[in-house]
Design a protein around this ligand. Sequence first.
Ligand SMILES: *Cc1c(COP(=O)(O)O)cnc(C)c1O
Length: 402
Amino acid sequence: MSKTLMNTYHRLPVTFASGEGSWLFDINGKKYLDFTSGVAVNILGHNYPPLVRAVSQQAAKYLHVCNYYLSDTSTAFADALVEACAPAGMKNVFLCNSGAEANEGACKLARKYSLLKYGPGRHTIVTLKGSFHGRTITTLSATGQEKFHKDFGPFTEGFVHIAGGDIEALERALDAKTVAGFLVEAIQGESGIVPQDNGFLAAAAKLCEERDILLMFDEIQCGIGRTGTFLALEQYMDTEGNPLKADIVTLAKGLAGGIPAGAVLAGNKACNVFAEGDHGSTFGGNPVAAAAGLVALKTVNDTAFLSEISRKGEIIKSALMQNQKIKEVRGRGLMIGFDIDAAAWMILKAGIARADLSKDQCGLLILSAGSNTLRMLPPYIISDSEIEQGLSIVSELLDANL
Ligand SMILES: *Cc1c(COP(=O)(O)O)cnc(C)c1O
């Protein structure tokens, strides 16, 4: 426990000291199998040699230059990232440090696009109920969950939340006179791993196109290979049956494999909207983060690597579906959620308490997403035997606790 850190998280009683692959070790030497990747961050596990090497080498060259100059590492990272997101229609990128910062940038971009073309008054951003877009005042305003809204008003104006899947509500909400953008997670993370259906996103893409409203995907949790394609939106089709394209994509979390990094990518419509002085971020594109990001991108944006993520996800999902204590299993690739008849928090605690040095027994790190939903976001490098081990611990914990 810490006396100096603000009490903003419901922390579990464990302090980590080192990690290796899919494993973390606490200060007493107890071992934990990591099914969280630090909430979709350490996508290549812990102490991944090429990542450690790239970060160390960059640190020895230079840590930072300000954004009034170019950095060779940061420009290489931007090139690789835009190339990886080209199938979704992306043309350029603004680099920042976190998810909230990326979504803030996306909202600014959509508003300026609309202002330049249509003048003032067309600034609303439509998002979904159950969405999560960040913790700053504006990204909280975008977040469609009441529980985050108490205590912190007044909020930023111009955000409307509608129910996911409701095409009629979407058609009403996407008013061509007042709306600049529609911001959506292809698979909602924080509210319980909730994938949008294809029909809804296809309708959204069509309406956005017809009304010149920017279609913005928050891929902060579901992007960077998490669901078995580089971006989750690549698994969706438009109404003509062609792969869906976005106007703006935001990324963060796993983007640099464990170093803070965020990105706002823009397609044809928005790529030339920001002018000099419109936006900035001191640490955005930091060379150490960019060096890490290059390794993450090169490793993940590979057909064979991505299909392994899908394969491993299917193993986990089919095992979970056979468990009588589990109600519904949702998600794609290594982004999986399932509902149980007990407080998810109890299972998280039991997973930690299971670690026991005297029995040479490991603990399990798993996440919740809502009070009765457990969430698994294992590192992509997890092995089949580690998956098997984790699944058997999950069964054991469910049997012991409900
Ligand atoms: C985590 C998350 C964010 C916020 O990212 P931070 O880096 O914590 O600011 C935004 N959107 C989604 C979908 C997320 O999962």
